[in-house]
Design a protein around this ligand. Structure first.
Ligand SMILES: [Mg+2]
Length: 250
């Protein structure tokens, strides 16, 4: 019997590792997974580390992350296959090179949103006199690919941002951009930039006949579409997705 290597598409933050403030006990420095420029580093638990080692050794483990390629490069896990970054805007090959065809598609889509991202940044800066917000246009290859806002304090501050942005973009979804919100993460992406579109492209490229089992792993509602492209979904317990399913059953 020939060995069929399963493919695992996996989100990273809050699925494979998380910041120490979300962990029950003090993190183990030996299990530091990602270095953060603001000091809020990410760690794996012992069990997350064992799960990652198991999957990375026995499957084609492909990270699917909102992190930019720069933030992904600060992650110390030994990824060895394709990598999907910036919410699907960028695909890196197993050699670490840019998938140029995919980047050309991203450029075409994002060029049309350039001015909108800039207008959003101006608007948010107007409501940020106290400096309580961090916000930026995520850049890949000199191209703005999505817009991101975080609160430096209370996450509820993002409700206010969301309200203002909805007025500007014409509604929560189905407006000019697609919204992602989970905890202290608020992001606005062009509709055609998604983890799902990048996962579908890679499935077509590396498993066109779908002979391998394919799993999708993620914690956020916005991970669900790419997980639906897979045969099996893996959801960490007590995360946004799990809580949403639980609520739906009551
Ligand atoms: Mg996540």
């Amino acid at each position: 019997m020939s060995l069929i290597k399963p493919i695992v598409f996996s989100d990273l933050d809050d699925t494979i590792f998380q910041t120490s403030r979300k962990m029950a006990g003090a993190p183990d420095e030996a299990l530091k997974a990602s270095h953060a420029l603001n000091g809020s580093h990410s760690y794996m638990t012992q069990r997350q580390s064992a799960a990652f080692e198991w999957l990375n050794a026995s499957t084609r483990f492909i990270p699917v992350t909102a992190r930019s390629t720069e933030a992904l490069s600060r992650c110390s896990l030994p990824f060895k296959d394709y990598q999907i970054a910036s919410n699907g805007a960028v695909i890196l090959t197993p050699e670490g090179a840019l998938d140029e065809d995919w980047m050309a598609r991203t450029r075409d889509i994002c060029k049309a949103k350039e001015q909108l991202f800039t207008d959003m940044a101006v608007k948010i800066e107007e409501m940020n006199e106290d400096g309580g917000l961090r916000h930026w246009i995520v850049d890949e290859q000199m191209c703005g690919v999505y817009y991101c806002v975080k609160s430096n304090g209370d996450e509820a501050r993002l409700d206010e941002v969301q309200f203002v942005m909805e007025g500007m973009l014409g509604g929560p979804d189905g407006g000019l951009l697609f919204k992602h919100r989970n905890g202290n993460n608020l992001a606005y992406m062009p509709h055609d930039i998604s983890k799902k579109s990048a996962v579908d492209y890679l499935i077509e490229k590396i498993s066109p006949t779908r002979d391998q089992p394919i799993w999708g792993m993620g914690d956020s509602i916005t991970d669900l579409p790419f997980m639906e492209s897979c045969d099996m979904m893996v959801i960490p317990t007590e995360t946004q997705l799990h809580k949403t399913f639980k609520k739906g059953m009551n």
